[in-house]
Design a protein around this ligand. Sequence first.
Ligand SMILES: N[C@@H](CCC(=O)N[C@@H](CS)C(=O)NCC(=O)O)C(=O)O
Length: 205
Amino acid sequence: MKLYFSPGACSLSPHIVLRELGLPFEAIKVDLATKKTADGADFKLVNPKGYVPTLQLDNGKILTEGPAILQYLADQVPDRQLAPANGTWERYQLQEWLNFISTEIHKQFSPLFNAANPDSVKDAQKTKLAQRFAEISPLLEKQDYLTGSRFSVADAYLFTVLGWSKYFHIDLNQWQGIAKFVERVAARPAVAEALEFEAQAKKIA
Ligand SMILES: N[C@@H](CCC(=O)N[C@@H](CS)C(=O)NCC(=O)O)C(=O)O
């Protein structure tokens, strides 16, 4: 499998999951500004939408959209239980989290990355994010992970997007459940490996 990624982007979540599952993969760095891969190839030939994460299977099939990729990966190694079995109530609850993270957190961060947006827009986004963090923090004070006591792909995704807070002076210590969650996930060996790999990849032009 090939994972097309950009250091620190939302592609960190399937990267973490690949390592949690112990699946063999090749990480291919994408320059999101030029849409070129590290070897100079046109990334848009792989994913015409031009964004990461993008997963390429060994048979050449391409899968895009983070929540779909995360669930596909979890289903390759069901014994690791990073997603509940398909068709169960718990699986729909996982999908509820993935959709929430995607629409209410991930995509609410996006305007903050756009330098062309005025401060009023950015402040409004920060207010929305703060509201979401305040909503989920009490749950994460009561339980270790979003779906209970077990780490799931939704936790990899939430951890990834929470990591962007540092770029915008959002202090996660305002929400104790969230701050503890970030510490807990960061301490997982697979997460530390993924972060270190991406930090090194960032240094290479
Ligand atoms: N709907 C996509 C969005 C992915 C996305 O927003 N990727 C960002 C990085 S976090 C990206 O590659 N942006 C570059 C671009 O859109 O040109 C998903 O959920 O996977």
